[in-house]
Design a protein around this ligand. Structure first.
Ligand code: NAP
Length: 865
């Protein structure tokens, strides 16, 4: 490689790959690049290797992932040669490990220390990046890799008067190399995140007086540090490769057993037992996994949160201090929880005091100390443990200008957009290691780092082998990944917190959930599929020509994907291979495993007169005082399965969201009663409800007819029959993923015909049971073939991965064309069954909210009588 610049630490004018950072990421990246024969150079502002562990030298700094797991797994020999002395190693030990790695693989010769990359410009003509260093050198590289860490740019304390202070000032993220002696000093610590919580007990040991300024109390659990856990060491010794592989395919980068215990349904003794177990384990993934629903269900989450608060109250002697230390403004886990050693106990020491900034905010830092609205404090030293401009900060702090002259900072003005957290459109050949929208900070970082680096190294090798030299994600692929990342976050409680995960700790930073929360395993699978599908979603270019297999790698809602995976793992026989009795028993058994749905005011069972005998119905009444609008509801089940209570969770949800009395009717089923029995029953039921509206607690004139799937078809048909019969008056219709036509040749039948629960084969089975060929085209079976003018306003919901999607869409379009007011809601990433899986598929909730809002918009004023 050509060299220029400063002597023995010469900076090359040209390399294949330039890497920013010499921490865990940069070191392994260099190792892989060298192994593959690329010329590579890494740059780090620090004086040596270590990254985070170079800078964060504050007392008490340790990892919060067991060090046996927080280690490289790429070289078994390295693992055998290194022994950790503690469960959670200290900063000096981790730094020594990284120095050992640098020595062992002779990496330092390709690292330039004390050098910062200040600017990077993409040159399209040469297809290279031009980098400028803080020493004024220029480096040209084909590929530019930001291995600069997620938490490497400390946030300047945004406190009035901070520059005025004349005493000693320390920033945890930029701690001096020489030992800081706090003996006999009056010390302040501002900030109670992981850094503050780690250093406070140790500073308290030395300081004459310690005052902790806390803005937001944080959840913390005892680390129970000590020797590395023998059970883990034994597992590693027995099968090191198996253990590492299990980590790679785990949810968080550590092999832990996931629980199926729900906080909501578990008995109190089981809850306590699980919580105590996690508290004693002293591991983040244990306390984050007490219940399987604590990350998504506020009730379950609050159980864990309150049990932690109980612990805090039991540890801290002064009740006011204890209460001030109890976090109450965010769900547990939605801000990074901490592992501590004697943190809460520290507040029992007579020389340690907590200042609650929520009660007495800081007014200013003074020359001598800190003034709050109530008091003036004087200090010999102030420690700012005030955090980082996380994830995006280190990336945009370099002036990166991509193709077309746009800077990364400008592109990400409203939040980062990446493909797989690895690359971003408009910035060809720029790779980010553990970038935004990758699991990174929500996982064992080392596992995620190795995965990103292996993927990147494999990609560069492949480009070279295929005579390509330019790679850039497509806008479609990137938008798809951003959407998927957001979908994953939106089903959790994480977006509710003002956390650095949300960018909320930096004034003016866009409020966007930064990491990918879908899991290390799911993420790895996505990256693998992208690679296996011809680097799907990337535009590739070079001497060999240009090519692109464009597409979106994940379109299914994440919780729907979990349901599908679960069902696939059960290996259940297809319903259409069963006889009708077995199919009904199976459907009932499946429904019984679902959460029951929200509590409503009242549920009653009764019968109404049908054309061939009584029809059972179940009525769901809102808790508010009536009268209410009425909804006649027809369940799904392909005319063959189901009953008045089979869609209970959905009916309850509908009742609460719309504030309507929902009456779910059990119409006659096929094959015992074939076409048009179900349609006749449905119409008769609606006539009866209209006639008895007041007695049912309904508001006259506010009757909606609703249904799901085959029940949606019955609802649509009922509206047509009512119009033709001159009554009853129907205010609106709600058709949820309805059957509207007997033509099974539409594109969604082939595209979504298999693998999404309702299959094309099952629909054929339903049709065969319900109606003969001659009857199917009858509008009483295929409402799309009826006359649509003059029908009540309609809310039509279609699901993207539903065989019935296209006929639902066709119905919505045909209604609109016939002059009927229509709200068509397209449920992105959903399947036929997922919108009714209340509390099981959380991503369905916003769709149901929109559905209820749309129904409300069609609601007429009450009829005055
Ligand atoms: P942090 O979690 O962002 O905590 C910063 C603290 O400073 C918060 O308590 C914050 O209060 C407070 N703060 C910020 N600005 C303030 C102001 N102007 N006035 C008063 N208080 C202010 O930062 P961190 O503790 O450095 O940790 C960051 C992340 O690094 C951690 O979440 C973790 O992922 C990682 N880390 C890990 C370890 C480990 O155990 N391995 C150790 C340290 C850090 P608010 O909450 O109200 O904003």
């Amino acid at each position: 490689m050509a060299m220029s610049g400063n002597g023995s630490a010469a900076v090359p004018a040209e390399v294949d790959v330039a890497v920013v950072g010499a921490g865990f990421s940069g070191l392994y990246m260099l190792y892989r690049l060298r192994e593959l024969g690329f010329s590579a150079m890494a740059f780090d502002e620090a004086g040596d290797v270590g990254g985070t562990w170079y800078w964060n030298r504050y007392p008490g700094a340790r990892c919060d992932i067991p060090t046996t797991d927080y280690s490289y797994g790429f070289d078994p020999q390295l693992e055998k040669d290194w022994t950790w002395s503690e469960k959670y190693a200290t900063q000096p030990e981790i730094l020594a490990y990284l120095q050992h790695v640098a020595d062992r693989y002779d990496l330092r010769r390709d690292i330039r220390f004390g050098i910062r990359i200040t600017a990077a410009v993409w040159d399209e003509a040469s297809r290279r990046w031009r980098l400028r260093t803080s020493h004024g050198d220029e480096v040209s590289c084909r590929y530019y890799i930001m291995a600069s860490g997620c938490l490497s740019l400390p946030k300047t304390p945004d406190i009035e008067g901070v520059d005025r202070y004349r005493g000693e000032v320390y920033l945890t993220g930029r701690w001096p190399h020489d030992r800081v002696d706090f003996s006999g000093k009056r010390v302040a610590v501002v900030g109670t995140g992981s850094s503050g919580i780690q250093c406070i007990p140790l500073i308290a040991r030395e300081a004459a007086r310690l005052t902790v300024f806390q803005r937001t109390p944080n959840f913390s659990v005892p680390a129970h540090n000590g020797a590395p856990p023998p059970d883990r060491l034994a597992r590693l010794a027995a099968d090191r490769d198996g253990y590492r592989e299990a980590a790679r395919w785990s949810r968080g980068g550590i092999p832990v057993e996931l629980t199926d215990v729900s906080g909501v349904t578990a008995p109190e003794d089981v809850r306590r037992q699980r919580f105590e177990g996690a508290w004693q384990a002293g591991e983040l993934f244990a306390i984050l996994g007490v219940f399987n629903d604590q990350g998504v269900n506020p009730v379950s989450n609050e159980l864990v949160a309150e049990m932690i608060r109980e612990k805090i109250r039991a540890i801290v002697s002064d009740p006011d201090t204890a209460e001030a230390l109890c976090p109450k403004d965010h769900p547990f886990g939605t801000k990074r929880p901490c592992l501590d050693t004697s943190y809460f106990e520290t507040f029992n020491l007579p020389h340690v005091r907590l200042v609650d900034l929520r009660r007495t905010p800081i007014v200013t830092v003074t020359e001598a100390g800190i003034n709050t609205v109530e008091e003036s404090f004087e200090f010999d030293a102030i420690v700012f443990a005030t955090g980082f401009d996380a994830m995006t900060g280190p990336l945009v702090s370099v002036a990166v200008t991509g193709a077309g002259g746009v800077t990364l900072e400008d592109k990400w003005e409203h939040g980062p957009a990446t493909y797989l957290g690895l690359m971003t459109t408009g910035f060809p050949n720029l790779f980010m290691i553990t970038g935004p929208q990758s699991p990174s900070v929500l996982s064992n970082m080392v596992v995620s780092i190795e995965q990103h680096i292996d993927w990147t190294a494999d990609c560069l090798q492949r480009l070279r082998a295929e005579n390509l030299d330019r790679i850039e994600p497509t806008p479609l692929a990137e938008a798809g990944w951003v959407q998927h990342s957001r979908d994953c976050a939106d089903i959790t409680l994480y977006p509710r917190a003002n956390s650095w995960y949300m960018g909320a700790n930096v004034p003016g930073k866009p409020r966007v959930f930064l990491p990918y929360i879908g899991g290390v395993d799911a993420y790895r699978r996505a990256c693998q599929e992208v690679a296996e599908n011809g680097l799907m979603g990337f535009r590739l270019d070079g001497p060999a020509g240009a090519r692109c297999h464009d597409g979106v790698i994940r379109r299914i809602q994440p919780d729907v994907a979990i349901v599908l995976d679960l069902m696939a793992s059960l290996g259940l026989p297809p319903v259409e291979t069963m006889n009708v009795a077995d199919a009904r028993a199976f459907a009932e058994a499946t429904a019984a495993t679902m959460p029951p749905g929200p509590a409503v005011g009242e549920i009653t069972d009764a019968v109404l007169p049908g054309p061939a005998g009584d029809l059972a119905y179940r009525l769901y009444r809102p808790p508010s005082a009536g009268p209410h609008p009425l909804i006649a509801y027809f369940h799904g089940g392909g005319w063959v399965l189901g009953s008045q209570h089979s869609d209970e969770p959905f009916c309850r949800d509908l009742c609460l969201r719309t504030g309507a009395v929902v009456i779910s009717v059990n119409y006659r089923h096929a094959p015992e009663d074939r076409f048009p029995a179900a349609a006749d029953d449905a119409f008769a039921a609606v006539q009866w409800m209209a006639a008895n509206a007041a007695g049912l607690g309904g508001i006259p004139g506010q009757l909606t007819v609703a249904g799901w799937s085959a029940g949606g078809s019955l609802a649509a048909i009922t509206c047509q029959l009512a119009r033709d019969a001159g009554g009853p008056d129907i205010a609106s219709q709600l058709l949820l993923t309805p059957v509207t036509d007997c033509d099974l040749g539409r594109a969604s039948y082939s595209g979504n015909g298999e693998g999404f629960v309702l299959t094309a084969a099952l629909m054929r089975w339903f049709w065969d049971h319900y109606a003969g060929e001659a009857d199917r085209a009858n509008p009483k079976a295929s409402p799309l073939r009826g006359t649509l003018a003059g029908l009540p306003p309609a809310v039509v919901v279609t699901a993207e991965f539903d065989p019935l999607r296209d006929e639902g869409e066709a119905y919505a379009e045909a209604l609109a064309a016939a002059g009927v007011p229509v709200r068509h809601i397209r449920a992105r990433g959903h399947i036929h069954t997922s919108l009714t899986m209340v509390d099981a598929v959380i991503s369905g909730a916003p769709v149901r909210a929109e559905m209820a809002e749309a129904l409300g918009s069609f609601r007429p004023a009450p009829v005055q009588i």
